[in-house]
Design a protein around this ligand. Structure first.
Ligand SMILES: *Cc1c(COP(=O)(O)O)cnc(C)c1O
Length: 406
């Protein structure tokens, strides 16, 4: 195969490397666990296996409440989190640090919830002081919930969830704290109880290494109080039916997502085997290797990390800025010549559609190890050279030094 753009014979053989920020790489173990005949959904193994998932999801989120599993994607999880806790006409304050806060706000508006946006731009996290001031000014407590994203996958900003929670408390405001950890769940630390997070929204296809199709809500005891008055509740999304239903069938409001449950079970076993501290440390280390490489490229050209401050950067995805038009060329070269698929840049000022030609993203979530990541970085380095895009040298050595560090 010749590359249709350069005419050069492609080197892309061997395993393809997927470095997009979700859906992420699925481990063979997860795929194998799903490769089976349809199970009995009324009694036996599947039901026993499903029961073990809930405590493990709660443990992963540091939650002392309940977990609900939906057949759905992240958007489904967003909607469920809102319908179970809020009423039509309620107001929510949405912290925007890229694109996904905007998406959640869009769902809220569609449900008849009033939305107030606090926009922090696309390369900085939400400022706890601004949140505190906004809530302190809301003396009538019109705001019923604060919505924040842990890792905004479009900008690769990581919000400081405990600091934002602390700001809500410091303002002495009763708003619930709802957090989207769809990209970061199972990769970045989450301690709902300790941090004062009331509802966590997650999904299967990013840090959890399982095909798209499962959404999760983790529910704190405090969030259950809001359920009593929420008038947006509907039977299908109802937490109450799924948590308190007397028969297994009610956990999924119908047929369970049989094969996804086997896959998730295996993924959670892999996470248990690694241990949470190791899991978080691995993601942090791999992220630092990416930052080191991009930092070198950025000496002497227009390449740059989208998020300037280290403390504000996601551990699961890195947005890389390029000159306008270069990002698609780099992605194309990597895909055709090296077999590495990079994440497309998303425009941050819209809810759906809209790609940026001045950013690409490197996904480093879930089933990722140093050779996969270093191979991806080396391929990008080669792309910059092949395409004549100005960049600083030493990226690979800098990344390897991070991997080698004690
Ligand atoms: C991917 C993602 C979503 C949307 O999830 P879907 O499964 O595509 O609906 C929402 N929030 C964040 C932070 C995400 O990364």
């Amino acid at each position: 195969m010749n590359d249709s753009v350069s005419g050069r014979p492609s080197l892309a053989r061997g395993p393809e490397i997927l470095a997009i920020p979700g859906p992420s790489v699925m481990p063979e173990r997860v795929l194998s666990a799903m490769h089976r005949a349809a199970p009995n959904i009324y009694e036996g193994e599947l039901i026993e296996l499903a029961e073990t998932l809930y405590p493990r999801l709660l443990n992963l989120g540091g939650c002392d409440g309940d977990a609900v599993i939906y057949i759905g994607n992240g958007h489904a999880g967003w909607e469920a989190s809102l319908t179970n806790t809020l009423s039509r006409g309620d107001e929510v304050l949405v912290l925007v640090t890229g694109r996904f806060g905007r998406g959640w706000a869009d769902i809220a508006e569609g449900l008849g919830i009033k939305v107030r946006l606090l926009d922090f731009g696309g390369s900085r996290p939400a400022d706890p002081a601004r949140l505190q001031a906004e809530l302190a000014a809301d003396t009538s407590h019109a705001i019923k919930a604060v919505l924040a994203v842990q890792t905004d996958t479009a900008s690769s900003v990581q919000n400081d969830i405990p600091a934002l929670s602390e700001a809500i408390r410091a303002a002495r405001h009763p708003a619930l704290f709802l957090v989207d950890a769809i990209a970061s769940f199972g990769c970045e630390p989450m301690k709902m109880q300790a941090w004062g997070v009331d509802v966590l929204v997650a999904a299967s296809q990013k840090g959890l290494m399982t095909p798209p199709g499962l959404a999760f809500n983790l529910i704190s005891p405090r969030a259950w109080v809001a359920v009593e008055t929420a008038d947006l509740k509907t039977p299908y999304w109802s937490w109450d039916r799924r948590v308190n239903g007397k028969v297994f069938h009610m956990k999924f409001c119908g047929t369970p997502p049989t094969h996804h449950l086997y896959g998730l079970h295996e993924a959670l076993s892999m996470i248990d085997e690694e241990g949470l501290d190791n899991l978080w440390a691995r993601h942090r280390r791999l992220a630092e290797a990416v930052w080191a490489a991009v930092g070198c490229w950025s000496d002497g050209g227009e390449i740059a990390l989208n998020v300037p401050e280290r403390a504000d950067r996601s551990w699961v995805v890195t947005g890389v800025i390029t000159a306008a038009g270069d990002a698609p060329r780099i992605r194309e070269w990597c895909e055709r010549q090296a077999g590495v698929t990079l994440g497309i840049g998303l425009r941050l000022d819209v809810v759906t559609g809209g790609y940026s030609d001045a950013m690409f993203r490197i996904g480093h979530m879930g089933h990722v190890n140093p050779p996969m990541l270093l191979g991806t970085l080396a391929s990008i380095d080669a792309a910059l050279k092949a395409l004549g895009i100005a960049h600083g040298e030493g990226a690979l050595s800098a990344a390897a030094a991070v991997i080698a560090r004690d």
